[in-house]
Design a protein around this ligand. Structure first.
Ligand SMILES: [Zn+2]
Ligand SMILES: [Zn+2]
Length: 162
């Protein structure tokens, strides 16, 4: 029996969360885990009551072919990380880990070298989350130390755009 390691176990769950996503460009699934318990989940979707990219049949970022990392406000969705964070109390996220998996909406392929956008990084920092672990392949992942963003991430100053 080939038992899955714990990190990939949580990444598998985050990958399943993606299936509820509604963006036509990229979908992400996020789960927040603390003390080995899942605190909350989040996927990409429009604010409650608003139409999703999938309802409209287009994502404006996709339509305008906005390059990766730019003009996030043109997609109507709330990001997966943001949805997971607003579903939890800060005390339950403090010192926790956010697991994140992204897939291209058209091809279904894993997004390579994905990471939180600058707006989500700000929220991750304020949520008190310690680490963000992002899936690269079904078995490989990158671990981001949130402290590293606090100390060294210039994109958080807004000087490099989003
Ligand atoms: Zn979209
Ligand atoms: Zn984001």
């Amino acid at each position: 029996m080939n038992r899955v390691d714990k990190t990939n176990y949580y990444l598998d769950i985050a990958e399943t969360v993606i299936e509820r996503g509604t963006c036509l460009r990229r979908n992400f699934g996020a789960i927040i885990v603390k003390n080995d318990e899942i605190v909350s989940t989040g996927y990409v979707g429009a604010p409650r009551g608003r139409k999703n990219c999938s309802d409209l049949g287009y994502c404006t970022r996709e339509k305008l072919q906005i390059p990766r990392g730019e003009r996030y406000e043109l997609c109507r969705s709330v990001h997966a990380e943001a949805n997971a964070i607003i579903s939890a109390a800060r005390r339950d996220m403090l010192g926790g880990i956010l697991y994140l998996v992204g897939k291209d909406a058209k091809t279904g392929e894993l997004v390579n070298n994905a990471c939180c956008c600058a707006m989500c990084k700000r929220m991750v920092i304020n949520a008190g989350i310690d680490k963000v672990i992002v899936r690269n392949t079904p078995t490989e992942y990158t671990v981001y130390d949130v402290n590293e963003w606090i100390e060294n991430d210039d994109s958080l100053d807004g000087t490099l755009g989003y």
